[in-house]
Design a binder for this molecule. Structure first.
Ligand code: PEP
Length: 248
């Protein structure tokens, strides 16, 4: 069965101390609530081990290297991420693709290394505003998915969480309508079904990301193919993040 997931992406925010305090406060605020989703916090690398040991929250890195180990100054490998206690790694975020030149080929390597090290990738895909206006958004999302993921075995693919994040909606306050998001999520699930069969597709969690917040989460999460959210801005504040989690 696919899981409902709400994952926060802190991006490059919070000092180590602020991050640990935030994580403890989030855990305390969630204690005693009956959650209908798994909660993940996506922290900068340096916070991972501390947050994983200070709380029972599920922790995700926001990136990992496309090489296993060696002379790659400044990089952090999938094995290192796994050694912190993190269970997930966000890969292919549009900010990584556009600011750091991460191509489908690079992401394919990162996905393989993440899986080899027991991490579940939260794999981000999504079109730009121009691509949607040109009506090529389905083609873009399909090629991002196929190029980076479709050489995986069905067993490995079943460890992937997909995050559909229209680039025009990330950090802009412009959320996709629930109809736009549902349409794309259904398309992604159909694309997965064509390759891996209906059972694998039905069991894949597909999250929506892009200016999701406490005001729109309930409507988005009520769509049949939306299994949760990858949340940037609204995950940085406990009071804003809880209503998103309670969107389920
Ligand atoms: C993100 O960073 O993945 C994201 C969806 O950001 P925001 O919620 O701020 O749009």
């Amino acid at each position: 069965m696919r899981k409902n997931i709400v994952a926060g992406n802190w991006k490059m925010n919070k000092s180590l101390q602020e991050g640990v305090e935030f994580a403890k406060a989030l855990e305390a605020a969630l204690a005693g609530k009956t959650l209908k989703c798994e909660v993940i916090v996506g922290t900068p690398f340096i916070h991972l081990a501390s947050v994983a040991s200070a709380t029972k929250l599920n922790v995700a890195a926001q990136n990992c290297a496309d090489k296993a180990s060696g002379a790659y100054t400044g990089e952090v490998s999938a094995a290192m991420v796994a050694s912190t206690g993190a269970k997930y790694v966000i890969l292919g975020h549009s900010e990584r693709r556009s600011y750091y030149g991460e191509t489908d080929a690079i992401l394919k390597e990162k996905v393989l290394l993440a899986l080899e090290n027991g991490l579940s990738p939260i794999f981000c895909i999504g079109e730009t505003k121009e691509e949607r206006e040109k009506n090529v958004h389905f083609d873009v999302v399909k090629s991002q998915t196929v190029n980076a993921l479709f050489e995986l075995s069905a067993e490995d693919f079943s460890k992937i969480v997909i995050a559909y994040e229209p680039v025009w909606a990330i950090g802009t306050g412009l959320t996709a309508t629930s109809a736009q998001a549902q349409e794309m999520h259904a398309f992604i699930r159909e694309t997965i079904a064509e390759k891996y069969g209906k059972e694998v597709a039905d069991n894949t969690s597909i999250l929506y990301g892009g200016s999701a917040n406490g005001g729109n989460a309930k409507e988005l999460f009520s769509c049949p193919d939306i299994d949760g959210g990858l949340i940037g801005g609204a995950s940085l504040d406990v009071e804003k993040f809880i209503p998103v989690i309670e969107g389920f």
